[in-house]
Design a protein around this ligand. Structure first.
Ligand SMILES: NC(=O)c1ccc[n+]([C@@H]2O[C@H](COP(=O)([O-])OP(=O)(O)OC[C@H]3O[C@@H](n4cnc5c(N)ncnc54)[C@H](O)[C@@H]3O)[C@@H](O)[C@H]2O)c1
Length: 257
């Protein structure tokens, strides 16, 4: 039996990387995927490739009206909403001394405030569709290993992902207290080979290539693949994970071990 049969999932960042890999799995597992992204060309192309079980909506995650429109379009297109993946994000390298106020705000607006708006906008529609019984609804927020620990070179990114980690717990506890039958968990990837880290792979680090330097951070000796993170997200979106909420799911090749 497909693992997401008849479940409707809205995915921010669905045009690329981890979001796109998850959208493919959602459709493969019998669900409906609404790809929401500011990259309209890639998002529309992937939705067209995935066929009738997929739909694209333009979304800037920092804009509340965009989120409200995306949730409304999801319900109008597929009749409800059971799952939300907050995967849209940007990765930036900077330290506490060289990060400008403007850059700090930009990164935190997209990664942290965008996730807040996603949860806030979707819960109202989700609770109307998941009911009190059955598997219920599931929200998955992509944090990072840098939401679990610091890094001298990633002040804005790490702070934004730490916020996603604890926001997730607040959402989970609120939904549990209100008996909405909606779970909320965070996923913490190590370095995953997606367009986000492509510039770093090309920069030399000392006598190593950027790719080698990042690979060496992981005890498994390689970067992760988007599909490996998507498999963890699939578990969390499915009814296989109904006793997990407010938890941190790490997918990092042993990096934080
Ligand atoms: N790749 C990694 O090594 C890694 C590691 C840990 C966590 N993450 C997180 O995983 C998530 C997905 O990243 P990815 O690696 O797939 O990167 P990616 O660059 O392939 O995908 C990110 C997507 O987010 C979209 N996006 C960016 N800003 C947006 C905005 N304001 N509104 C709407 N869409 C926006 C982009 O258009 C893109 O499609 C991000 O939250 C990222 O921080 C990635």
């Amino acid at each position: 039996m497909p693992r997401l049969e008849d479940k409707v999932v809205l995915l921010s960042g669905g045009a690329s990387g981890i979001g796109a890999a998850t959208a493919r799995l959602v459709v493969r597992e019998g669900g409906k995927a609404v790809l929401a992204d500011r990259d309209e060309a890639r998002g529309r192309a992937l939705a067209a490739e995935l066929g009738a079980a997929a739909h694209f909506v333009p979304l800037d995650v920092t804009q509340e009206p965009d989120w409200q429109a995306a949730v409304a379009a999801t319900v109008a297109t597929f009749g409800g909403i059971h799952g939300l993946l907050n995967a849209a994000g940007v990765g930036v390298r900077n330290s506490i001394e060289d990060c400008t106020l403007e850059e700090y705000r930009r990164v935190n607006d997209i990664n942290s405030l965008g996730t807040f708006l996603g949860c806030k906008s979707a819960i109202g529609a989700m609770k109307a569709h998941v009911g009190r019984s059955g598997g219920g609804g599931s929200i998955v927020n992509i944090s990072s290993v840098l939401g679990l620990r610091g890094a001298a070179h990633a002040v804005a990114y790490s702070a934004s992902k730490g916020a996603v980690r604890t926001l997730t717990k607040n959402v989970a506890l609120h939904c549990a207290q209100m008996k909405y039958n909606i779970r909320c968990n965070s996923v913490h990837p190590g370095y995953i080979d997606t367009p986000m880290i492509a510039p770093r792979l090309e920069q030399n680090a000392g006598n190593m290539s950027g790719r080698q330097a990042l690979e060496e951070l992981h005890p498994l000796g390689r970067l992760g693949h988007a599909e490996e993170v998507a498999n963890m997200i699939l578990f969390l979106l499915s009814d296989e994970s109904t006793f997990s909420t407010g938890s941190e799911f790490v997918c990092d090749g042993g990096l934080t071990a």
